[in-house]
Design a protein around this ligand. Structure first.
Ligand code: SAH
Length: 213
């Protein structure tokens, strides 16, 4: 797999676009600048890798739009070394962004075909999450909780209680909530029992589905 000057140049432009759209977190921008997004797409689609758009991957799923990846990551407000749970591994791109930023990443995917593909692919290109799990993200990952951050990369019809309960005090859950259109929602855990909720505009994700497949 190659990463040419042309790819790097296109990536730099993408980073500029994200800055123009309001992304300010330097660590996020650095990670996006560093990761060859075209490696996460089937080779015929390299030309689409550096436009700010979502794109189809295997099993009827999508690699999220770069702006969405950047925004969700920024909203997690992580610091290096934090423990993060991602629901919806998909292509592995969001996971790679978190690994590149120095996080300990746990990621869950419910589609077996995608899980197997990404499980082989990520280590091959040098991005190693702590754990990649084939399972149902609605349940979170109680055996590895609590987490500094939890990011859901599919549209959730409701907020799973399990995910809130697996946050550290001070940690954040970033989750798009809704059926057809989702509102990007952040829950910050203030104490064992209190959460602060904030909303950040509309997005469209593939649905968070129950059970694995
Ligand atoms: N983060 C991904 C985005 C993938 S799209 C990326 O960077 O490419 C959302 C993913 O969530 C899909 O792969 C879908 O199969 C997965 N998904 C949907 N419901 C899920 C669930 N309950 N648990 C785990 N993964 C789920």
């Amino acid at each position: 797999m190659n990463d040419t000057f042309t790819h790097k140049g296109m990536r730099k432009k993408l980073v500029n676009t994200l800055q123009r759209k309001g992304i300010t977190d330097e660590e996020v921008l650095k990670a996006i600048n560093a990761i060859p997004r075209h490696w996460f797409m089937d080779s015929g689609f390299v030309d689409h890798a550096y436009v700010d758009k979502a794109f189809p991957i295997a099993a009827d799923q999508t690699i999220s739009q770069p702006y969405t990846v950047a925004r969700q990551t920024e909203l997690l407000e992580l610091k290096k070394g934090d423990k993060v749970l991602e629901i919806g591994t998909g292509s592995g791109y969001q996971c790679a962004v978190l690994v590149e930023m120095g996080m300990q990443v746990y990621t869950i995917e419910r589609q077996n075909e995608l899980f197997k593909k990404t499980n082989r692919f990520l280590p091959k290109i040098g991005y190693r999450p702590k754990k990649m799990i084939f399972g149902d993200g609605y349940k979170g990952l109680p055996e590895f909780a609590p987490f500094d951050g939890i990011i859901v990369t599919a549209g959730a019809p409701y907020v799973p209680k399990e995910l809130l309960s697996q946050l550290k005090v001070g940690g954040r859950l970033v989750i798009p909530v809704g059926e057809n259109v989702q509102i990007m929602t952040v829950f910050k855990r203030k104490s064992e029992t209190e959460f602060e909720k904030k909303e950040y505009g509309e997005y469209r994700f593939v649905p968070l589905l129950e059970d694995k497949n």
